[in-house]
Design a protein around this ligand. Structure first.
Ligand SMILES: C[S@@+](CC[C@H](N)C(=O)[O-])C[C@H]1O[C@@H](n2cnc3c(N)ncnc32)[C@H](O)[C@@H]1O
Ligand code: SF4
Length: 386
């Protein structure tokens, strides 16, 4: 068997839209997000997004789109009318499936009832709210623009307005003890949530926190206890961990992120947006101009493309699939890599190695990390590096 990509059918396709501005840059954040220093040029940016989409259309002609994710930055800085125009322009150019999941990220610091209602009327059917913490002291240390009451108000209102809501919470925060996290979880679970994301704070390079780490960060033992507390406490409330940081009630998993984690395709539009696209005989990644001003000047036109070579495919697939607690069916490899497992130069050999180290489950039907593999995910993923 030769190691060549050849698709019979292409994987599912999603759309990611990046809106890059925030009220203020948080000291821990390495996303392509920029403090708004003047009123956002909403109309010009959405024109650029649409131009960007039009340039990309030949890559995905005729393919249905299963989900849209409007991320940032803080997309809720954009007026509902701007989001409505953006979504109708997208619908005019891409065939969204009838029940397409359309998620938008929002920051409680931008909450207004009318705005949230406006986003729903624009077609957003899932809201993801960056709560981060219910403690004013922690929110202050995280440099957030909102307090705990605002977070609670925004979350309560979002749950009334949208059928599907996710709340982001961070843990492992400066000065946080296990008992503090318990209180955070109690408060979080006092809301009728069917999806939550719990992120352990990481010090990302090129952030203020990396340059000057905050005092009182929990040690590794405490972090491990925190992760166990999170998983158990959420499970007791019916929110099952299905990915490293994501927890959901039955049937409420995020379809957009699941498509990433199962190595599906996605078009990325907006400043710095990444995409991954399969054609009949190749898979490649795209990245758009990162700086918002440069993106606006180029009207969204410029992007770079890089091939995912056959040798990289094993790693790229496992980088995503092994994040899922239940892993993925073996058949997903052929669907998304366009080749048989045995045709890959070293996938089978590395699988054997991961299994013999106890990091992957020995199952004939799934690629799945063991509990230990999930704990040591970086080491496990590295086994598949070319
Ligand atoms: C792009 S932000 C989206 C929401 C919105 N911008 C906000 O912050 O409210 C995605 C989420 O990633 C998490 N996050 C960002 N930086 C992180 C870091 N360094 N460590 C852990 N989680 C982080 C936060 O929970 C954040 O809500
Ligand atoms: S609001 Fe969100 S995207 Fe913006 S800087 Fe803070 S964490 Fe990053």
């Amino acid at each position: 068997m030769s190691a060549e990509i050849q698709f019979q059918a292409l994987p599912e396709l999603s759309l990611y839209v990046h809106l890059p501005w925030c009220i203020r840059k948080c000291p821990y954040c390495d996303f392509n997000s920029h403090e708004r220093t003047q009123p956002i040029a909403e109309t010009a940016y959405i024109d650029a997004l649409i131009n960007d989409l039009e340039q990309s259309l030949p890559l995905v002609w005729g393919r249905p789109v299963i989900s849209v994710f409007i991320g940032g930055g803080t997309p809720s800085l954009f007026a509902p009318q701007a989001i409505a125009r953006m979504l109708s322009e997208i619908r005019a150019r891409l065939p969204l499936v009838p029940d397409a999941e359309i998620t938008m990220e929002a920051n409680p610091g931008t909450f207004e009832l009318d705005r949230f209602v406006g986003y729903r009327e624009a077609g957003v059917n899932r809201l993801s709210l960056g709560v981060q913490s219910f403690s004013d002291a922690m929110l202050g240390r995280l440099g957030r623009v909102h307090n705990a009451d605002q977070a609670g108000l925004a979350l309560g209102s979002a749950l009334k307005i949208f059928d599907r809501v996710n709340a982001d919470l961070m843990f492992g925060l400066p000065g946080q003890r296990l008992s503090d996290l318990e209180q955070e979880l109690d408060r979080l679970l006092s809301f009728p949530l069917a999806h939550v994301s719990l992120y352990q704070l990481t010090l990302e390079p090129n952030t203020l926190f990396a340059a000057r780490p905050p005092q009182g960060l929990p040690n590794d033992d405490c972090l491990a206890e925190m992760q166990t507390l999170v998983t158990e406490r959420l499970a007791q409330s019916g929110l099952k961990r299905y990915e490293v940081s994501a927890y959901a009630a039955a049937g409420q998993q995020c379809q957009h992120n699941l498509n990433y984690w199962t190595f599906g395709d996605y078009l990325g539009i907006g400043a710095g947006a990444h995409g991954k696209i399969s054609l009949a005989q190749r898979i490649f990644r795209t990245v758009k101009t990162r700086n918002p001003d440069a993106y606006l000047s180029a009207k969204g036109a410029a992007f770079k493309e890089s091939e995912v070579g056959v040798h990289d495919l094993g790693f790229e697939f496992m980088l995503n699939a092994l994040r899922l607690v239940e892993g993925v069916p073996i058949g997903r490899w052929a669907q998304t890599a366009g080749m048989a497992i045995g045709a890959h130069p070293f996938l089978l050999e590395r699988l054997g190695s991961a299994q013999s180290k106890g990091l992957m489950v020995r199952r004939p039907d799934r690629f799945q990390a063991t509990a230990r593999g999930l704990e040591l995910l970086n080491d496990l993923q590295a086994i598949f590096l070319p």
